[in-house]
Ligand binder design. Sequence first.
Ligand SMILES: Cc1cc2nc3c(=O)[nH]c(=O)nc-3n(C[C@H](O)[C@H](O)[C@H](O)COP(=O)(O)OP(=O)(O)OC[C@H]3O[C@@H](n4cnc5c(N)ncnc54)[C@H](O)[C@@H]3O)c2cc1C
Length: 391
Amino acid sequence: MPTAISTDVLIVGAGVAGLWLNARLRRQGYSTVLVERASLGGEQTIKSQGIIHGGTKYALHGALTGASEAIADMPRRWREAIEGNGELDLTRTRLLSDAHYLWSPGTLAGNLTSFFASKAVRGRVDQVKGEQLPPALQDRAFKGKVYRLAELVIDVPSLLANLAELAGDSLLAGEQVEPLREGDELVGLRVDGREIRAQRIVLSAGAGTEDLLHALGLKQPAMQTRPLHMVLAKGPNLKPLYAHCLGGGPKPRVTITTHPAADGQWVWYLGGDIAEADGVAREPAAQIAAAQKEIANLLPWVDQGQVRWATLRVDRAEPAQSGLVRPDNAFLAEQQRLLVGWPTKLALAPDFSDRVLASLERDGVRPAAQPDLAGLPRPALGVPAWEQLLP
Ligand SMILES: Cc1cc2nc3c(=O)[nH]c(=O)nc-3n(C[C@H](O)[C@H](O)[C@H](O)COP(=O)(O)OP(=O)(O)OC[C@H]3O[C@@H](n4cnc5c(N)ncnc54)[C@H](O)[C@@H]3O)c2cc1C
């Protein structure tokens, strides 16, 4: 039987939420154990587009109500961390783009004129032209309008490596998670037979959280998943583009981000409306055909001749909500020692950790345990989808 461990905080699920929280707790002197059953960040986090939203996109459908939303502050917090003077040392995280862009392929529709005039957007959006345009839009045939948003795009694989480094010896590869109780009280978890006691237990297991709650005999907080059918394109002639392309509706028609593959080529990663309802219903071949048509319409100068294509199905995991409006804050629920939540966005990982730290502070939970964690089995880093699907 493996030896028992006592730690200050035990976290289950090493996506961006668990890894960020783990690094912040360690920096504040708490001992932690972070359990991961598969790979670090290998689920939603590495499949995300890496955009550090400030919320401008959500102002499109009126969901962003103002500066009170946590998301408005996220680009600043991430930037400071990446520059080495923030809450974490993320100087080894690669910034892919200093800005994300909004791109309107035709003339602005009426609702967008009021959008750009709205209070939520003023001061955060500048129009760019000519050489300031993203490289993929610098073509004589390009006719649309492009606005620069004060949002970042990060390279998620380098973020995960950076956060894994900050985790030191706290990472534990473990699959079987069971409750550890004293009387009626949950005092820790048994992970692959190893007893781990903790002052607080945090579940940040993304889509896996519902099953973990069931294993603990709990039904709340309720979770929902939202399926997506993303498209990947890889080719020697693709140029960087980080943009939401606006259609007539409230959601971006397509959101394109660009990622470096190990062989030096660029990969375009397509989300937005194309990856939602209609896209989810399409078979992969039809989804690729839809994406090819969209690129031919929007960017007719792009040579698709040598481009290779793939699709990726992935679910987003979030707290259950009524309606379709997405929250612009991380979510955390508390039940005695147990804290359960979803950041709801990569960008909101700092907000998720704020909520856990506020709970510890409120309850007077202080660093106490000093476990010896040397030699624990360690989970591997998640691998980007494009390296698996388009090697
Ligand atoms: C296609 C896509 C694009 C996105 N783009 C963006 C974007 O550009 N910007 C943005 O801000 N957000 C984006 N998001 C949202 C963002 O990716 C997620 O909100 C965020 O990554 C969630 O992080 P997490 O740590 O909660 O979950 P995850 O990254 O899913 O991590 C959960 C971890 O828990 C582990 N786990 C599960 N069950 C167990 C168990 N029983 N025991 C141990 N470990 C377990 C899993 O293996 C996993 O590693 C996107 C999401 C998707 C799907």
